[in-house]
Design a protein around this ligand. Structure first.
Ligand SMILES: Cc1cc2nc3c(=O)[nH]c(=O)nc-3n(C[C@H](O)[C@H](O)[C@H](O)COP(=O)(O)OP(=O)(O)OC[C@H]3O[C@@H](n4cnc5c(N)ncnc54)[C@H](O)[C@@H]3O)c2cc1C
Length: 93
């Protein structure tokens, strides 16, 4: 990095590189092919999480996308047995 960024002898802050082996699942083609979609065989259960088939690696963006997908499916009534009733709105005076 020092050479790439051409930093020369400039003083650098103390740093540490940490490898977290369990940070994400193994993202080999075989493992990626096993990622489940949002819908399950149970009509009242939707999956969300970075490990589902989001089209992205196991990242924050992937988990947000999966949450959006699950929420959209729930709100659209798919699967059909899921009905989301609007919550009562409380007015704050
Ligand atoms: C060290 C590290 C660094 C990372 N850095 C980045 C980064 O720089 N950029 C990036 O995009 N992503 C990064 N990630 C990945 C990112 O954190 C994850 O992709 C993201 O947090 C996944 O969100 P999620 O909601 O799918 O799952 P999680 O954030 O894992 O949330 C799952 C939640 O479910 C809870 N839970 C589990 N089992 C149960 C149970 N039985 N009952 C009730 N609750 C349960 C857990 O406690 C947890 O709170 C990093 C991950 C790690 C570990």
């Amino acid at each position: 990095m020092v050479r790439i960024l051409n930093l020369g002898d400039a003083p650098r802050p103390v740093f540490r590189i940490i490898r977290e082996k369990r940070a994400t699942f193994l993202q080999t083609p075989a493992e990626v092919a096993r990622r489940p979609g949002c819908e399950t065989t149970w009509s009242n259960l939707l999956l969300a999480g970075d490990w589902t088939d989001t089209g992205l690696p196991a990242t924050l963006e992937g988990s947000v996308r999966s949450g959006n997908t699950a929420a959209a499916k729930a709100l659209s009534g798919c699967p059909p047995c899921l009905t989301i009733r609007p919550q009562r709105v409380h007015k704050i005076n």
